[in-house]
Design a protein around this ligand. Structure first.
Ligand code: IPE
Length: 280
């Protein structure tokens, strides 16, 4: 069986506009889904976003702009901000880790193999932001001896990473991690983005209809809330997903509050959501 790469959007696992508030019930149900996939024999890689654990303070400290020199006149210490946001990401990541461990003991399995949950902090393996960051993606694939007798879930997240001088630091989006992981590892069968919308819509909000199959020629009629979002929102996600669809067969956007949609895709190849294809 192959690898399944999942993005848990920050908008699903956190209250996006309430500072550092997690949506624990969402994390619990997504964790159960990921553990079920691992127990079914898939190698699972989860990339989670930041939501209100990263974006709000990254914006405040202007971390997405890189090092801007002395900003003490405006009361901002960016170096302190790097630390603040990294700690918040660690906090969210520990919550995710705990829910995965809890799900691992609750979900039934047919053998005694243990589940290994391995966190890779981007600040430790990635340099620079954007899709072409420097970093060894092979860490997301264990050697057969290392995974022998174990189920494995790899976990990573959008983060504040170091950048070459003079930029010093920047925000590496989970979507760029998705791109590199999905296109550089072998045997990736599925790449599924769990979002706080049912997929790509014809227009934002309640009047939007779900687009069931999307390719870049259709464009996106969306909004990007730059006042709270320091990465690219739906536009970045769709552009990246289409590139992934060049090499991965099943690329989907689904509503993360219903993780059974993810199981449907893996079990039957279809669900309610948007299937992303690279060209019309
Ligand atoms: C952003 O990561 C990381 C930080 C702001 C530290 P993502 O771009 O993957 O996060 P979401 O999914 O939009 O919240």
């Amino acid at each position: 069986m192959g690898r399944i790469v999942l993005k848990w959007g920050g908008g699903v696992i956190t209250e996006k506009s309430a500072h550092c508030i997690a949506r624990r019930e969402m994390i619990a149900s997504l964790s159960e889904c990921a553990v079920k996939l691992a127990y079914a024999g898939h190698e699972v890689i989860i990339v989670h976003g930041a939501g209100s654990f990263g974006h709000i303070d990254a914006k405040h400290y202007r971390l997405n702009e890189g090092y801007l020199g002395d900003l003490s006149e405006s009361g901002i210490n960016q170096i302190e901000g790097v630390d603040v946001v990294r700690k918040q990401m660690n906090c969210l990541n520990s919550l995710v880790h705990d829910h995965l461990s809890e799900a691992a003991s609750r979900v039934g399995k047919e053998d005694v193999k243990e589940l290994l949950i391995i966190t890779h902090e981007p600040r430790d393996f990635a340099l620079n932001s954007g899709a072409d960051f420097a970093g060894d993606i092979d860490i997301f694939a264990l050697n057969p001896e290392e995974s022998e007798g174990k189920y494995v879930i790899h976990l990573t997240f959008g983060d504040v990473v170091n950048c070459s001088e003079p930029t010093k630091f920047g925000i590496l989006s989970g979507d760029h991690l998705m791109y590199r992981i999905a296109t550089e590892l072998t045997d990736v069968t599925h790449c599924i983005f769990a979002m706080d919308e049912p997929g790509i819509l014809t227009e934002p909000g309640k009047n939007g209809d779900l687009i069931t199959v999307w390719n870049p020629e259709l464009g996106i009629n969306g909004v990007h809330n730059e006042t709270i979002d320091v990465t690219g929102g739906i536009f970045l996600k769709a552009e990246i997903a289409a590139k992934i669809a060049d090499v991965v067969e099943h690329v989907w956007f689904v509503y993360g509050g219903s993780p059974e949609l993810i199981l449907d895709i893996v079990e039957s190849g279809v669900t309610t959501g948007t299937k992303i294809i690279s060209k019309a």
